[in-house]
Write a protein of this length. Sequence first.
Length: 160
Amino acid sequence: MSMYNDKVIEHFSNPHNAGDMENPDGEGVYGSPVCGDMMKIMIRVSEDDVITDAKFKTFGCGSAIASSSVATDMVIGKTVEEALAVTNQNVLDELGGLPAIKIHCSVLADHAIKSAIFDYAQKHGKTYKGLEGFDPNADEQDDHHGCDMEIHLPEKLSDL
């Protein structure tokens, strides 16, 4: 019996929104050197503050890729404030759950989305209530022991 449900396997095998985005309005990179999972989320935002597109590049395990896929699906079509309200629990729920030792992957996705929105806000001189107190460089992970090191970090973050 697999430790992953069908939805997680589907998003890992056929990820949505994977790839690069030319000239994104915002981009966030987040990961764990201890774990080996690294995510880059890129967003495009319309003039009325709606996320019209989101792409990701992830180096990591199947749970990290599935979390990135679902998180980008979840924010496309939402306003920036609505996207900021998406939590790692929402990502877990949308995936139908992850094994306990893989929950950190949903936290990575949540933080990478918020980092991309933070970058967008900085570039455009905007402030959002959902970013109050957010630090894109903060380490939100407390538990790295569940990482399986399936894929290692790139030599440089710019390689993402």
